[in-house]
Design a protein around this ligand. Structure first.
Ligand SMILES: C[S@@+](CC[C@H](N)C(=O)[O-])C[C@H]1O[C@@H](n2cnc3c(N)ncnc32)[C@H](O)[C@@H]1O
Length: 269
């Protein structure tokens, strides 16, 4: 299609549905430009955790294989971090089906998961089916505490300086990730405490700059050097124990291959 005709059609659609403008503004290329402008000196680094000795045996359970599920490698990362660094107290923002917390619960003493209350989800116009799927895999777990609130207004005080690992997987807009990151800093038990962000990549290779901007804006500069994307996953991690990573290389030839075994398990109804 001729460029001028395309432009006229696009302008017509924008006038008819101005909300379409958000698609342009939320395009990751726009965030990438902003990220590269604000963080000229940052060269994104990646680490591989599936090389760790703890990764010899990883079992991802439960796994729903449903829309919006994290990748098995995201849950593998959380489990590996908990095992390698003897995580006792784990805090996550974003429960949904309870898949991530259920994967982590066997490896920690106490796990906390915060989500918007069902009533807020209802007010936001979410479907009853979506609301009902919240906490599906975690409701019955004895070492999991479900917390309800908006991370923007939540009272963090009872959890301040208590957490060994914090997983940020709530609202993925730049502003929310920045705010959640700042709040999370207060929860760190000490300077060694780990932070993991989900959806810092749009797939296992491409960075997601909307989220990365929030991460780097939310962290003090001194912490930037220990932020790593995690190979084969959608996560980024703040890992002060990690000396350095590799610079990211997109569309490189595979250097590793994995074997997955899939087994269906029964779930009590
Ligand atoms: C991607 S899902 C979490 C998935 C979960 N961590 C897992 O991997 O199994 C994001 C969840 O965050 C919740 N959420 C979004 N914004 C939030 C906020 N401001 N405060 C608390 N929870 C929020 C949503 O209701 C949704 O259930």
């Amino acid at each position: 299609m001729n460029k001028i005709i395309k432009l006229i059609k696009a302008l017509y659609l924008l006038l008819k549905r101005p909300a379409l403008l958000n698609l342009i503004l939320k395009e990751d290329a726009v965030y990438k430009e902003k990220f590269e402008r604000n963080y000229k000196q940052i060269k994104l680094q990646e680490i591989s955790v599936l090389d760790w000795p703890e990764a010899q045996k990883i079992k991802i359970v439960p796994y729903a294989f449903l829309s919006g599920s994290s990748l098995p490698t995201d849950f593998a990362l959380l489990q590996l971090l908990c095992r390698r660094f003897q995580v006792e107290n784990y805090f996550e923002i974003g429960t949904w089906r309870g898949e991530s917390i259920a994967n982590v619960a066997p490896f920690v003493k106490q796990a906390y998961t915060l989500n918007l209350p069902d009533e807020s989800l209802r007010h936001m116009g979410q479907t009853e089916a979506y609301i009902a799927s919240h906490r599906f895999f975690s409701e019955h777990l004895s070492n999991v505490t479900h917390l309800f609130g908006d991370s923007a207004t939540f009272d963090w005080q009872p959890y301040v300086r208590k957490m060994d690992l914090i997983f940020i997987d709530g609202d993925h807009s730049t502003e929310a990730v920045e705010r959640d990151t700042r709040n999370t800093l207060r929860l760190q038990k000490n300077q060694e405490s780990i932070i993991v962000w989900h959806d810092a990549k749009s797939d296992t290779e491409y960075p997601r700059y909307e989220v990365l901007l929030g991460i780097y804006n939310g962290l003090p500069k001194t912490m930037h050097q220990h932020v790593y994307l995690v190979k084969n996953s959608l996560c980024a991690v703040f890992l002060p124990q990690q000396p350095n990573g590799d610079f990211i290389e997109i569309n490189a030839l595979p250097t590793k291959s994995f074997e997955l075994t899939i087994k269906q398990i029964n779930i009590a109804s």
